[in-house]
Each structure stands twice: as structure tokens, then as C-alpha cells.
Design a protein around this ligand. Structure first.
Ligand SMILES: [Fe+2]
Length: 183
């Protein structure tokens, strides 16, 4: 068997090309298939008076001021107008999230796989699923106070939801599914 001796530079080049091949192979393996997200381990919850959306709180971290939750928006429906009072990000897992301004005009579509970061503030808006229910991971961060302000038709505040509310919802819901460990 012939041994190869690579210079440092050649070695790095080899590592780079091997890695590129590995990434390509992985890309092939991950060829997208139009399948819905398997929700069988998610126990959905809803809040009275807030229709067309279900939640499952994953984690509330008061120290880090982070609330992680999964939301499901009903297909072809819209939730109530609201404002965001925390910086947040969304990662869409199933379907597409459609956003509407306060006049009901479609302003943005976040497709499956899209990751979006938004600062707190911004205009009141509504959102909902596309032709299938939309499921996304939402992370709210940077505040341990109000996160969502739910608005009525005249922009009046109907309700607020903050970090401590989500902590209460987390305690009230069925616990998130845990990994199986072998230690
Ligand atoms: Fe929103």
C-alpha cells in the first residue's frame, strides 16, 4: 500500500474538497419532499378568544429573556391584529406564513424553511396560514415583560402576553416531548 505524504497546504486542500463532496452528498440526501411536519408528538393548545392559532411552548428562560414556542396557524385564516414588543425570529417548518397589514393587504409570505429576524415594534399586523396550516418556531427575546399586544379593530389593546404569561402557559400545558437518552 502506497503511503501519501501531503504538505500542509495540500492536506488542507484535500480536506476542503472532501468536505465539499460530503456537503454535496448531504444535499442529495436532503432533497426536499413535500411532506407535512409530523405533529404527533406536539400537544397543541389554544387561548380563548384568539382563534386560528395554536401554541406549544417549548421553553421560557427568564434569565436570558427568551421564549421559544411553536405556533400553528390555520390555513387561509388570519389571527387578530397585534404588535410585537420583543425582538423575534421565525423559522417556518410547514406551509407558509402570510402577513397582512392593518388594512388586510398581504405584505409578506414566509415560505417553509425561511428564517426571519425582526426587531420589536413595527406596525400592527395580522398573519395566518396559506393553503395548508402553517407551523413555525418562534423565538422572542430581549424582554421579560410584554411580548405580544393583541389589538381590536380600533387599535385598542384587547390583551397582552408576556414572558411570565408564557411561563404560566408552559406550566399548564403538557410538557414538551423529551429526548430518549442512553446514559
Ligand atoms: Fe406577528
Amino acid at each position: 500500500m502506497q503511503e501519501e505524504t501531503l504538505t500542509h497546504g495540500e492536506g488542507l486542500a484535500r480536506v476542503g474538497s472532501d468536505r465539499a463532496a460530503a456537503i454535496d452528498a448531504h444535499a442529495d440526501a436532503a432533497t426536499p419532499a413535500a411532506a407535512g411536519f409530523d405533529q404527533s408528538n406536539i400537544k397543541w393548545n389554544s387561548l380563548e378568544g384568539i382563534d386560528h392559532v395554536w401554541y406549544h411552548v417549548l421553553k421560557v428562560d427568564p434569565e436570558a429573556k427568551i421564549v421559544d414556542l411553536i405556533l400553528k396557524f390555520a390555513a387561509n385564516e388570519r389571527i387578530l391584529l397585534h404588535r410585537h414588543h420583543a425582538d423575534y425570529s421565525t423559522f417556518i417548518i410547514q406551509g407558509e406564513l402570510r402577513l397582512y397589514d392593518s388594512e388586510g393587504e398581504l405584505t409578506e409570505i414566509r415560505p417553509t424553511g425561511s428564517f426571519v429576524e425582526k426587531p420589536a415594534g413595527g406596525p400592527p399586523h395580522s398573519e395566518g396560514g396559506g393553503d395548508v396550516d402553517c407551523i413555525g418556531w418562534f423565538r422572542n427575546r430581549g424582554t421579560d415583560g410584554m411580548i405580544y399586544e393583541i389589538l381590536g379593530p380600533n387599535m385598542e389593546t384587547l390583551a397582552t402576553l408576556g414572558l411570565h404569561d408564557f411561563n404560566g402557559l408552559l406550566e399548564a400545558q403538557e410538557p414538551p416531548v423529551k429526548p430518549v437518552t442512553f446514559e
